[in-house]
Ligand binder design. Structure first.
Ligand code: SAM
Length: 163
């Protein structure tokens, strides 16, 4: 956002470790403020923000104790600090149905739009190809009784042989 020209941003997190680390990381950027704050009790005055951006904080609150009441309070706080024509951007791993009940609250009178963002796939660390191990010294003892090995079990067997 900063690089796209949105350079006046107040950043909060409940963790002072996070705030210190992010402040240090972005110390070259003017216009940013950093404050330890609980998003269920914002210190900001009413109606001052054009945009509020949540990425993962509501998700994390929903994993904790008293989640439903806490998250309802967060949205009430967001609604309070947003200008009347302001926008909340919420980036969430949750499925929309599990978030919309909070957002589509008549008290806020928000128009809610959902955009799906493709989730990046995370590739688990791959075992080396079994073939690459096959050139090493012959086994000093036989591998465990083998069924037809899949590449993964074959790699494990090869590692066993090398010990
Ligand atoms: C999943 S992380 C997301 C961090 C960041 N938005 C990102 O996308 O990398 C959730 C963050 O919410 C913060 N957090 C949890 N409860 C909070 C609260 N009540 N008020 C403010 N921040 C909170 C955590 O400290 C953590 O940094």
């Amino acid at each position: 956002m900063y690089e796209d020209g949105y350079t006046t941003i107040d950043n909060i997190d409940i963790s002072d470790v996070v705030i210190q680390a992010m402040q240090a990381k972005h110390s070259d950027k003017t216009g940013l403020t950093w404050e330890v704050m609980d998003c269920t009790a914002l210190n900001h005055p009413d109606g001052i923000y054009d945009v509020v951006f949540d990425k993962g904080t509501v998700d994390s609150l929903l994993c904790g104790e008293g989640s439903t009441a806490k998250v309802a309070t967060v949205f009430s706080e967001i609604s309070r600090v947003l200008k009347d024509d302001g926008t909340l951007f919420m980036v969430s791993y949750g499925i929309p149905d599990n978030r919309l009940s909070y957002l589509e609250n008549a008290d806020y009178n928000w128009t809610v739009k959902v955009h799906a963002i493709p989730k990046p796939t995370v590739t688990a660390v791959r075992d080396p190809p079994a073939r690459a191990c096959a050139t090493h010294s012959p086994p000093s003892h036989p591998p465990p009784a083998a069924t037809t090995p899949t590449p993964r079990t074959a790699a494990r067997v090869a590692a066993h042989r090398l010990r």
